[in-house]
Design a protein around this ligand. Structure first.
Ligand SMILES: [Zn+2]
Length: 314
């Protein structure tokens, strides 16, 4: 299976690759330009999942048959392996290309709508592992996009039955929270919005940080569902993991005018700045602890301590 990390950063890699190596395109680059169809609806997404499941069943059967007549070192075996790998890649690309474009937020400084490609159908597709996929937007203020996922009383996260699901998904706590470290920048604004997931079974709270001017990237934090962030430092692929503390008490930040919001189901995505009492995201009931979904079961993993400031991945 193509690594989700490579999948997420393929555009960057491609640019660097051409610049430095001037090589012909890889199979991925060739498949990437194919037409894959319009963005998924629930029905076409389910049809896609059935197609992928049939593909996996079919290859499992072909490998079982081949085991009877040839060894894993044989040319037949290697050729079937390559073929399966290429189809895997094509289906991954189809998933990424056909993710719906969803409006997550709006910049309070330049009014740009913040759109991302994301998987709202359940909680176990690749997009829940790597986070919402950026689309080209022209806003110089967006800094960090964090989030929470309220299960709305369901005991487990909703999953459409399928063969390939991501084993570990980290969608944050159930209710909105603040990263106090980012709010220490006086120009930082947090815009809270919401997004129905799995046809409203769950609710995502989108926590988007904007600043004018934006602090250096090294001061950012990992985005929603992700475990690291790019520091965009002098090294091409420098990255880091923040251990930022969470604060679930929104009111002091609202009182200071650092939290804005977009009302649920507001199709105009109007950024509301006051009065603080009208903010619909304060004191919501729900679990104030990070969730981790492991094979579709929810676990609670506490809150980050804030110390040390960085987690050393090595
Ligand atoms: Zn902006």
């Amino acid at each position: 299976m193509l690594s989700p990390f490579i999948w997420a950063t393929v555009q960057d890699i491609k640019r660097e690759y051409y610049t430095y190596y001037k090589q012909p395109p890889s199979p991925y680059e060739q498949f990437e330009v194919l037409e894959y169809g319009p963005p998924f609806t629930l029905a076409t997404y389910q049809a896609y999942l059935r197609k992928v499941d049939r593909f996996k069943d079919d290859y499992d059967q072909r490998f079982r048959d081949l085991r009877k007549t040839s060894s894993p070192n044989s040319e037949e075996w290697r050729s079937l392996n390559r073929e399966e790998g290429l189809f895997d890649m094509i289906y991954d690309i189809e998933y990424s290309k056909r993710l719906p474009y969803l409006t997550f937020s709006r910049c309070p400084f330049c009014s740009t709508l913040i759109q991302k490609q994301f998987d709202p159908f359940d909680t176990s597709g690749t997009a829940w592992h790597i986070g919402p996929v950026p689309v080209n937007i022209d806003c110089p203020h967006i800094f960090v996009l964090q989030g929470a996922l309220h299960l709305n009383g369901h005991a487990q996260p909703y999953i459409i039955p399928k063969i390939s699901l991501y084993q570990i998904v980290q969608p944050g706590p159930e209710v909105p929270f603040v990263l106090p470290r980012l709010m220490q920048f006086p120009q930082m604004r947090l815009v809270i919005s919401s997004l129905p997931i799995a046809e409203g079974r769950h609710t995502a709270y989108i926590l988007t940080y904007f600043a004018e001017p934006r602090p250096p990237w090294v001061e950012a934090s990992q985005d929603w569902c992700r475990s690291s962030y790019s520091t965009r430092g002098p090294e091409i692929y420098s990255w880091a993991i923040r251990n930022d503390a969470y604060d679930y008490d929104l009111e002091p930040y609202l009182a200071r005018g650092q939290i804005y919001w977009i009302n649920p189901f507001d199709e105009t995505y109007t950024v509301q700045t006051s009065p603080a009492n009208d903010c619909p995201y304060v004191n919501l009931p729900g679990k104030r602890e990070r969730q981790r979904f492991v094979s579709g079961q929810v676990q609670y993993i506490g809150n980050p301590t804030g110390s040390p400031r960085f987690i050393d991945p090595w």
